[in-house]
Design a protein around this ligand. Structure first.
Ligand code: A3P
Length: 302
């Protein structure tokens, strides 16, 4: 059977996307067996575009009460343990998991492209929140992250230089990529079915988290009341889930919920525009050109 130990982060082209080899079996199992409920909510994105952050926000949004935010679980669990990934965690641990006992609404995450989602996710009334981030910062973030993998035979990046890794990214060869195909799949759905897919940008969350989280709360059918807004619950949510706050939590300083990465690896700078410190002008020019071609006429820009 496929395992991380055997395959590292090697990728294989599966259904037109680059699937990490260790996720292939879980992906096939979940595509075959997962049954979505109308009340399910999915956090979907490409790696390094804000998964951890958004999981903490969505979990806290649902786990609020009349007394405000209940942050105890966030203090003791990394966000990836609070909203589980279908392919990385649930179906990787158990090929036939019983998910029927999970409290409703069930919150899940996945990195699968739209076309590869199980049919029941596409066809039920469940909701999808898609997060994306500008490709420059996404690339730089993933470079830092995957270069932490040591002694692993992989073709994600750490065995190559940043230039080689950039070359692959530009050719669409990144985990769950091509990057632009992934986001265009969800962008189109969000335009056609706005009640089904909410499309968010990391940069917008950074700029006005309060506005974006009000939008999310409405979208998932759990809006903030006027009373909550007066009490500043939305602002508290943003503060609780800020990178500064999450980084300081003991579980994120010392814990490890992924065999390859300590929890602290999920929190680096958390800013917009860090790519300018790493990419050369020719690199920026090359990726800008690709981005313009891919997004041309879509109404989407970064
Ligand atoms: P950088 O490497 O640019 O700092 P993912 O969670 O999808 O793996 O994405 C990781 C990126 O999100 C990293 O970006 C990380 O620092 C950033 N991040 C993590 N928590 C965040 C938060 N609370 N607010 C903003 N960015 C955050």
């Amino acid at each position: 059977s496929l395992s991380k130990e055997t395959y590292g982060y090697q990728m294989c082209l599966y259904q037109n996307f680059w699937c990490p080899k260790f996720s292939l079996e879980p992906v096939i199992a979940l595509q075959r067996d997962f049954q979505a409920c109308d009340t399910d909510i999915f956090v979907i994105n490409m790696p390094k575009t804000g998964t951890t952050w958004f999981k903490s926000l969505l979990f806290s949004l649902f786990n609020r009460s009349n007394e405000g935010l209940l942050n105890t679980q966030l203090q003791t669990h990394n966000p990836h343990e609070l909203i589980l990934s279908l392919e990385i965690t649930i179906y990787a641990k158990d090929k036939n998991p019983d998910l029927t006992k999970m409290p409703s609404p069930r919150l899940f995450s996945t990195h699968l492209p739209y076309d590869s989602l199980p049919e029941s996710v596409k066809n039920s009334k469940c909701k999808i929140i898609y997060i994306t981030r500008n490709p420059f910062d996404t690339f730089v973030s993933s470079w830092h992250y995957y270069s932490k993998l040591e002694n692993v035979d992989n073709n994600v990046g750490c065995s190559s230089t940043m230039e080689e890794y950039f070359n692959k990214f530009c050719k669409g060869r990144s985990l769950y990529g091509p990057f632009f195909d992934h986001l265009m799949g969800y962008w189109k759905e969000s335009l056609e079915r706005p009640k089904k897919v909410l499309f968010l940008k990391y940069e917008d969350l950074k700029e006005d988290g309060v506005l974006q989280m009000k939008k999310v709360a409405e979208f998932v059918g759990f809006p903030f009341s006027i009373e909550e807004e007066k009490q500043g619950v939305v602002e508290d949510l943003i503060k609780l889930c800020s990178i500064e706050s999450l980084k300081e939590m003991e579980v994120n300083k010392k814990g490890k919920c992924d065999p390859d990465f300590e929890n602290k690896c999920f929190f680096r700078k958390g800013v917009v525009g860090d790519a300018a410190n790493y990419l050369t002008p020719p690199m920026v020019e090359r990726l800008t050109k690709i981005m313009e071609e891919k997004l041309n006429g879509s109404g989407l820009s970064f």
